[in-house]
Design a binder for this molecule. Structure first.
Ligand code: GUN
Length: 281
């Protein structure tokens, strides 16, 4: 039987610390901290994420500036909105919720977010610094995973880590963070030929593929640490991860549940990054 990593509890503890630091910042600097959140269109999942991000801001005392734009927004309208936020001295962080509608060139929108306000850690400079193991704003989900492993004293140095998924948001920065922490890292993806064997070799297995219950017990080494980044719906519409929790948790040493695992950490790291962005200005 494995130890269930309680992301909700770690997140709650961190939010208390962040709240205290935000209060200190506000009283020292005499100004509030502001996160701008841009939501385009009516994607239901994005609406929930944005609502939760705004709620988290309230919880830690960060002020939020929500900008809602219609799904038919043009590239130039959206660019103008981002440029205004980039120039706005009262805004410390900018988050553009992804995905953006088809008519929008996502990359060129993200490039308009100044590195100093890039609380998602998506900019070329932040990614470059992460690769060079320098201080920077790190993508929230993978950074949250590192905090969870730290909170449970999971040793990373010298371990075999396998990351399943190579997205710019999770898989790639996750691999880099594990590498920076001295793991031997393999990144698997949809074209990997021997996925099961690769996964079975992992001391630390991070799953970020977006397929409900895809990783079964037959793909997991005895005593592994299993981190589930997936947020999916199963055949009954119930929230589930990329890992088949029921079978895998009997075999591994540590596992993150869905919900209550990585999810609460992602938003907490966004609050952390916003405080960091404000403190560095
Ligand atoms: N959509 C899904 N995850 C994320 C994220 O971490 N940041 C942004 N901006 N959009 C997302």
């Amino acid at each position: 039987m494995s130890i269930i990593i309680d992301g909700k509890a770690i997140a709650a503890e961190m939010r208390k610390e962040i709240k205290a630091e935000v209060e200190r910042f506000v009283s020292d600097k005499g100004r509030k901290i502001t996160l701008a959140v841009v939501l385009v269109g009516e994607n239901p999942a994005s609406q929930i994420y944005v609502r939760n991000k705004i709620k988290a801001c309230e919880e830690v005392g960060i002020s939020s500036k929500a900008i809602y734009l219609g799904a038919d927004v043009t590239q130039s309208e959206l660019e103008l909105n981002i440029k205004n936020l980039a120039d706005d001295k009262s805004v410390d962080g900018i988050l553009v919720q992804l995905p953006l509608p088809e008519q929008i060139d996502e990359k060129s929108i993200l490039k308009l977010i100044p590195t100093a306000k890039d609380v998602d850690g998506f900019s070329e400079e932040n990614i470059g610094k992460l690769c060079m193991n320098e201080d920077c704003l790190v993508a929230c989900t993978p950074n949250g995973v590192m905090r969870m492993l730290e909170a449970y004293d999971v040793e990373i140095k010298g371990k075999r880590a396998v990351v399943v998924g190579r997205s710019d948001i999770v898989g790639k920065p996750m691999a880099m963070l594990l590498l920076n922490a001295d793991a031997t890292v393999t990144v698997c993806h949809s074209k990997t030929t021997n996925l099961k064997e690769e996964c079975k070799n992992a001391d630390i297995l991070v799953c970020a593929i977006g397929k409900p219950k895809f990783i079964g017990a037959d793909m997991v080494k005895d005593g592994a640490v299993v981190v589930d980044v997936g947020i999916n719906r199963d055949e009954n519409g119930k929230l589930c991860g990329d890992v088949d929790f029921e079978s895998v948790h009997k075999k591994c040493a540590y596992i993150t549940p869905v919900p209550g695992g990585v999810g609460p950490m992602t938003i907490t790291m966004l609050m952390y990054n916003t405080l960091k962005a404000a403190s560095r200005r």
